[in-house]
Design a protein around this ligand. Sequence first.
Ligand SMILES: [Zn+2]
Length: 484
Amino acid sequence: MLVGNEAARRRRGARLLTWTTALLLSAGPGGARTTEFCLEGLFDIGVRHQGLRAGVSERTPTTWCVVTEDDGDRVVYRASGKVNPDLDDSWAVAYPAADVVRIVNRDDPPDVEFRGVEVAAAEARRVRRLDPRRLAEELESRGGVIPDLDIELDAGRIAWVTSRASFPLRGEVPVVWRWRWDDPAAPRASLTVESEVVFEASGRWRELAAEEATALWQLSGGVAPIEAPAEQWPARVAMRRIDLDAHTFLVRGVRTGFQHLVVDTEQGLVVADAPAGWVELHHLPPRDLVGGLGVSGLSEGLIDFLEAEAPGRPLRAVALTHFHDDHAGGARAFAAAGAEVLAPADAADFLDRSLDRAPAPPDRLARSGGEVSVRAVAEPLTIGERRPVTVLPMDASPHVGDQLGVWARDADIFFVSDVHVPVDEEPRPRTGRERTECWFAGWATGHLGPNTRVANSHSAVTTPVSRLREIAASPTCRGLTAAR
Ligand SMILES: [Zn+2]
């Protein structure tokens, strides 16, 4: 602990340093500024499932901010809102140098830094264009043409920005930004994907004081970042097999934070969930989350991995646990490989239509001229006799209306997606996801065997039903049940 003069000296030292930095910055060429542009409005997370529940609003308060410099290419992007109906989230990414991407964890240091990222500069430029003044400057400096963006000006201001992108469950569609400048200091934006308005927001600029601008580039908590290999940005694909018994395994690392259950029944492999690519809408133009893999590439890679791990075994089925694009959007790859596509009953029609929409992504199924045919699972469906797997319809949860669990009976492993994502082995629901976790703990207690263990798509923790019973009985979950 610092006391007395020592503490005062350090404070003086810190203040002096700040003033020096401020002087240096304000002396920059042309009074170079650092500017934050924030869009605040409502984002429709239903964009991820294409209006299946038309009329049910999933519009949620959302903020997107981009910080840019007059005389530099450094960019910070931060956002807050929801990525799922039952999960609040906020995140920030900085591009502090031409080949560096930093995940900024201000509230929970250290940061994570990817160095030597070839695409970092191009990505920073796509994010920078979120600020329409920066986009207008770039357009002028490039003689009026920016590749893959069709831009219309109105009185020198950005009015329309049109591009195209491929989305899982949607196909290749237009993505359009419309800017309105009734108040030049607070333009209104609407972002349309295909024909649906997915984000309506109002923009504001704010010039950062020198001290705040300097702090932007400092590491969170003043500690060294975790260094991650460049090829792991923006998502890591590093599949490995985790055996659960002789015929049951998980494939971990399908992409960052995704694992899948596989059961080798005597009829062939049964896989839980079909991962999909995704594009980032705050990029202009939008780009693949996992660069170059497109909509079906992740699932095609998973299938190649399975062929290498289980040579000669046919793909019997893929069970889509629910219709969210990150779990169902890669089903075209499984159809191309001859697997039956199983889905929750109330999502089957939607998925059947969505997975075959034209223009389809340029994937294996498109090249083979095939189609996806989705089978609705309304009753428990058991595949195989000697090492059976049961695809089990579950009830509606706070996460999604209708969903399936995949139960490897011999290994007694039950696989679920998104309704149970524990971060530790504590007998209480995960903070921030209490409603969903408590719902699942109650459901599992009533429907699974006493010795069943639950694996999930997004965390490596496997939970015995005995612990789920404790979670269901925790004060938090009892309080939520009583409140219902
Ligand atoms: Zn989901």
